[in-house]
Design a protein around this ligand. Sequence first.
Ligand SMILES: Nc1ncnc2c1ncn2[C@@H]1O[C@H](COP(=O)(O)OP(=O)(O)OP(=O)(O)O)[C@@H](O)[C@H]1O
Ligand SMILES: [Mg+2]
Length: 379
Amino acid sequence: MEKESIFIKGVNKVFDGEAILKNIDLEIKGGEFFSILGPSGCGKTTLLRILAGFIKADEGVVYLGNKKISDLPANLRPINTIFQKYALFPNLSVYENISFSLRLKNESDEYIEKEVKKMLKMIDLEGYENKKPNNLSGGQQQRVSIARALINKPKVLLLDEPLSALDAKLRQALLIELDNIHEEVGITFVFITHDQQEALSISDRIAVMNKGEILQVGTPAEVYESPDDIFVADFIGENNFIQGKVIKINSEIHATLYSERHGEILFEMDKEVKIGDVVKLSIRPEKIKVTKNFPKKTDERFNILKVYVHEVIYTGFQSKYFVWIGGDENIPMRAFKQHAVYFEDDDTSVKWDEEAYISWNSEDSYLVEVVKGDVNDKG
Ligand SMILES: Nc1ncnc2c1ncn2[C@@H]1O[C@H](COP(=O)(O)OP(=O)(O)OP(=O)(O)O)[C@@H](O)[C@H]1O
Ligand SMILES: [Mg+2]
């Protein structure tokens, strides 16, 4: 059977005179692991509650497949929700918690036992059926919540920051488990998070949200490598931004901007630009190489700037270089070097308090914004 997609069309929500969701249009494909990523207060939970049916949108509709569900009460939607806090019944055992909704439906004991067993196996908690939630770790409790939500065989599982109450290691482990569970049950997961690492590592696609609007929808690689917008570029991962005026169209793909602070910078025209436009580039720190000497193996497509290494921070798997362009502390940039990767140049010898060079291929100067007209170009 074709899995049903969710269609959200023109959803608006106002709270206390403030627009919290602004004309949300979104398609979530059937079976997808879809994340909604955005900062605190941007409207993620509100959107989820509208999908679940806990609140009504002021305008707009929600479809599941070709069925309009936005008029249905929550309990008649084939959708279940997992919240940040586990919300298990503390006085019921694991078994009773998981089987709760089947009991309400008056399913037979045999059916319930069979289904709970399947769930316990899936969440890797066989042998825990008689424990009370209090005697489980946070991660185990959240797994029980997942089982409790899935035992109804919903078509869609909504997860509102289900991992945020857990410590970092446990979060990682449960994230992998969620991925496996998704694989196993094959239904649509809508996962809310403000943690970009979580979203990038697990999702088929991500919607990046800010201030009640969806700014971009794409695969993790798309939103990371090709942000549509300055907010997306800044919110996901770390970034360097350079703003300047286009002074030359070098070729069909390349153009040059001039920034008072960075000088001439070559970039690829991922968007249409013309001479005189003020544009903003983002350059990911891991795309920038730091070398002690003028870099050897580059060509005319590379940007090379002389810098002063202000700080080097070793973080285990990579080192972060904080440099100042031309030694000016007002023009900082960041470059990250992964230790596992072999670099042909002499970057290992770069220390702080030294002069060095940074270089990057113009194809990694990603054009995030074209600001037409006469705008301050002190990027
Ligand atoms: N029932 C309500 N009445 C009034 N305002 C509300 C209500 N629910 C949410 N809001 C407001 O709507 C905005 C968005 O809230 P929402 O809970 O959707 O954000 P969020 O993206 O889930 O944030 P977080 O990451 O902190 O959970 C906030 O400013 C919040 O105060
Ligand atoms: Mg929330």
